[in-house]
Ligand binder design. Structure first.
Ligand code: 5GP
Length: 181
């Protein structure tokens, strides 16, 4: 049986990364490593957290149809390399994509059966409070709020489930349940 595609979307400040880390430990889903033109943050590893590429290399991937989906976010490009995802699914493994809303929409069109989950903070106010606390840049702050607004607007069509992350352990349990049930 081919593996499933699992998409997790949510603004930074939603706790999405924490939830994904827990999922990777608690289930046998495989994380899809995205290509990006943004620069590496301290602690991030090339080919582990992301495949860090130049804008030219990214364009090559687009031109050669090597990305399953891609989008621009905060003026940087992000995309899912198609080959590893297709290979793993063919091998029967479930693959997890951590992508933003425009990418999620492209995946929904190509893979109507994908399991798509949106991780939401309890409220826009709480999202803003978390982002302020993290000291994120104003630019990403704006894009994340936009993301949240768009996602809430389209979520009923696009996402199969919205998980409100009020208490992270409960949110993790909920997502594990969605994936394994
Ligand atoms: P960050 O730069 O904070 O790691 O990620 C910024 C946003 O890009 C996050 O919402 C993340 O989910 C999204 N993202 C990461 N990889 C991809 C990808 O391959 N495609 C798309 N469309 N979005 C991605």
């Amino acid at each position: 049986m081919p593996g499933r595609l699992i998409v997790i979307t949510g603004p930074s400040g939603s706790g999405k990364s924490t939830i994904i880390q827990a999922l990777l430990q608690k289930t046998d889903v495989q994380f899809s490593i995205s290509a990006t033109t943004r620069s590496r943050r301290p602690g991030e590893k090339d080919q582990v957290d992301y495949i860090f590429v130049s804008p030219r290399e990214f364009q090559d991937m687009v031109d050669n149809d090597r990305l399953l989906e891609w989008a621009s976010f905060n003026d940087r490009l992000y995309g899912t390399p198609a080959e590893p995802v297709k290979r793993r699914m063919a091998e029967g493994q479930d693959v997890l994509l951590d992508i933003e809303v425009q990418g999620a929409r492209q995946i929904r069109e190509k893979y109507p059966d994908a399991l798509m989950i949106f991780i939401s903070p309890p409220s826009i106010e709480e999202l803003e409070r978390r982002l302020r606390q993290r000291g994120d840049t104003p630019a990403s702050d704006i894009q994340d709020r936009l993301e949240m607004a768009i996602a809430l607007d389209v979520s009923s069509d696009l996402f199969d489930h919205i998980v409100v992350n009020e208490v992270v352990d409960l949110a993790i349990a909920e997502v594990v349940d969605l994936i394994t049930s």
